[in-house]
Design a protein around this ligand. Structure first.
Ligand code: GAF
Length: 387
């Protein structure tokens, strides 16, 4: 479904269920060029928002409850706005969490009616959950708080929702990308200081392609939280707040005091910190070959040291390398989902054809291919006429 078709569908469903018109908001899924599992370690990330969104029609209803219909799940849920009212449906807990986190910060949330849908592929590592959170955080800020909550706080509201209502102890990258995304730009975020910089990303000769293994990726039941705990244990041992402040000499000094597994996790994170900075320099110099080389190094680290890959993603990475793709790696939390591939435009069609055929031959199903279009993040799409 295109975004335009989706908007029509949402508006019609809203009118059928609740009558009349509502404001329409959207927020985006994200890619990340490099800097994986660095956000909760106080390091750097390099994401951008994409042209796949979660979109919602929302209108205050003058009641003390939220009435919500998910088009994709084909389910209707109602919930109140007190802590005890948390819905059991996992998808509705994202919206409930956003309401509660705004309230906890002293913000205002009143009852509303809403219908939403999305075209961010689920479980593909493109952060459909952050898109959902950012869409509602942005909308409730606009509808009930006169846009007084600043953008970083909106991202943090999404992150706290994951922590407190959805069981994922994530970092800030996905919500940041979804809220701050800007068309044609990647962003480098320092997750410790929250300083960020926009980088125009429109290389003439290269493009980004996602290959979705369709191996389902669900961070809640994956060892994602365990990876974070490993990093925190090592940082504690070193007497520092996060691994951002460690280098390999520090890590080697305490090697005999930590498990072999924790050592490998921290080794990956320390290496990744350096790689993001090297990629920024390379991008500034227009040196995409170096960007690609760093992406392969990241894949190797994520696969061997951080152990968040799977056979399907390693296979996709091998095929990319064999076909001469400039850079390729697991993207997002891992344990399934996509690889992100940087490749010369003249290789695009050949790569898509070959990787699809070879993956299908090996695993019995075709991967999904998405050409990356870097787009805007959270936004008001349409304002309903005043009643
Ligand atoms: C997931 C998390 F939600 C992010 O915070 C980040 O840690 C990412 O995995 C790995 O870089 O998307």
């Amino acid at each position: 479904m295109t975004t335009e078709e989706m908007q029509k569908r949402i508006e019609k469903e809203f009118a059928d269920r609740f009558g009349g018109e509502a404001n329409v908001y959207a927020s985006a899924g994200r890619i990340n060029l490099i800097g994986e599992h660095t956000d909760y370690n106080g390091g750097f990330v390099f994401p951008g928002a994409i042209d796949k969104v979660i979109m919602a029609a929302i209108r205050p209803n003058g009641m003390e409850k939220v009435r919500v219909f998910s088009i994709d799940i084909d389910e209707y849920v109602e919930f109140g706005l007190g802590e005890a009212d948390a819905p059991k449906e996992s998808w509705a807990r994202y919206i409930f969490g956003i309401c509660r986190e705004i309230q906890k910060r002293g913000g205002d949330v009143k009852g509303f009616d809403t219908v939403f849908a999305g075209n961010v592929p689920l479980g593909a590592g493109l952060s459909s959950s952050a898109a959902l959170e950012s869409c509602y955080a942005f909308a409730l800020n606009d509808l009930f708080n006169g846009n007084k909550i600043d953008k970083f706080e909106l991202a943090k509201i999404g992150q706290s929702t994951e922590h407190n209502y959805c069981g994922v102890n994530c970092g800030i990258m996905d919500q940041f990308a979804s809220v701050f995304g800007r068309k044609g730009h990647l962003m480098r975020l320092d997750c410790r200081s929250l300083e960020h910089e926009y980088f125009p990303f429109n290389p003439e000769d290269y493009s980004l392609v996602l290959v979705d293994s369709r191996v389902k990726h669900e961070l809640k039941d994956s060892p994602y939280n365990k990876r974070r705990e490993s990093c925190e244990r090592v940082a504690k041992k070193l007497g520092i707040e996060t691994l951002r402040d460690a280098d390999m000499d520090d890590l080697n000094r305490i090697k005999s005091d930590i498990t072999a597994e924790d050592y490998l996790r921290a080794k990956y994170v320390i290496g990744e910190k350096e790689r993001v900075l090297a990629v920024c320099d390379a991008l500034n110099a227009g040196d995409y070959e170096t960007v690609g080389k760093k992406m392969y190094e990241t894949h190797e680290g994520l696969s061997k040291d951080y152990e968040v890959s799977c056979v399907e993603l390693d296979f996709l990475n091998d095929v990319a390398k064999e076909l001469g793709v400039t850079g390729s790696r697991i993207m997002g939390g891992g344990f399934g989902g996509c690889t992100i591939n940087l490749l010369r435009n003249d290789l695009h069609d050949k790569f898509v054809k070959e990787v699809t055929a070879r993956f299908n031959e090996k695993y019995g199903h075709e991967p999904m291919i998405y050409d990356v279009v870097i787009s805007d993040g959270a936004r008001l799409v349409k304002e309903a006429p005043k009643a």
